[in-house]
Design a protein around this ligand. Structure first.
Ligand code: GRF
Length: 227
């Protein structure tokens, strides 16, 4: 089952829900955000884990991982999650955490990837889905989708559309590789969002296999974190 980490609007969470993926729980770094409302609307357990409510980042991450595990989560998707994850969290889901990022990594990591691409004057930027490690957007790339920068006025919108197509596709492939059977991809979600028929530019391409392991093949972390 999938756990989704969010921090704000939650449009990528919505794309996963609209695709019919089995989201079991949603955890947010901030209370009161739209993403939590989307989870509640879909009747999915959702909870905020704000740093201010915990003595340290590690204890927050430990509590968040334990809560996700209680809800049967074995694949974590960072969908607009704006905090770095500590080993306290990473070790609970070894090689089973992915992130969507609005650039063609390793170009433009960090929180301002779209603005950084515009400032750099590159003709093409894009979207990356990658495995999460301790670094800032540094984990192995799973798949990327290029997006042309021009017209600049609509770049952010086109980046988001590319994210909303690529993230569910890659997550669906990871889930299928785990041997779960899934309903067919949704065409129209409960909020009226439509999953794009075509990516914004060209076809998505696999950049390099990250070697995500099926659930259970590396149980060191699981043993440490199972309750
Ligand atoms: C997305 O562009 C994501 O890649 C970035 O922050 C944005 C979050 O969007 N890290 P949302 O919360 O999924 O709508």
């Amino acid at each position: 089952m999938i756990g989704v980490l969010v921090s704000g609007e939650g449009s990528n969470l919505q794309a996963l829900l609209d695709d019919g993926l089995p989201v079991a729980a949603v955890a947010s770094s901030r209370a009161g955000v739209r993403a939590l409302e989307r989870a509640a609307g879909a009747e999915i357990p959702a909870r905020a884990f704000e740093l201010g409510e915990h003595p340290s980042r590690e204890t927050r991450d430990t509590a968040m991982a334990a809560w996700l595990r209680e809800h049967g989560v074995d694949l974590v998707v960072c969908a607009g999650y704006m905090h770095l994850l500590t080993p306290a969290f990473l070790d609970c889901f070894p090689q089973r955490i992915v992130n969507v990022h609005p650039s063609l990594l390793p170009a433009f990591p960090g929180a301002h990837a779209v603005q950084d691409a515009l400032a750099a004057g590159v003709p093409v930027t894009g979207v990356t889905v990658h495995v999460v490690d301790e670094g800032l957007d540094t984990g192995p790339v799973l798949e990327q989708q290029p997006v042309e920068v021009e017209p600049r006025a609509t770049l952010e919108q086109r980046i988001h559309a590319a994210e909303h197509a690529l993230l569910p596709k890659v997550v669906r492939e990871l889930v299928a590789a785990s041997g779960w059977s899934l309903p067919a991809p949704g065409r129209r979600g409960r909020y009226g969002n439509t999953v794009p028929e075509r990516p914004a530019v060209g076809a998505a391409r696999v950049v390099r296999g990250a070697g995500l392991r099926p659930a259970g093949t590396d149980d060191g972390g699981w043993r440490r974190c199972a309750r």
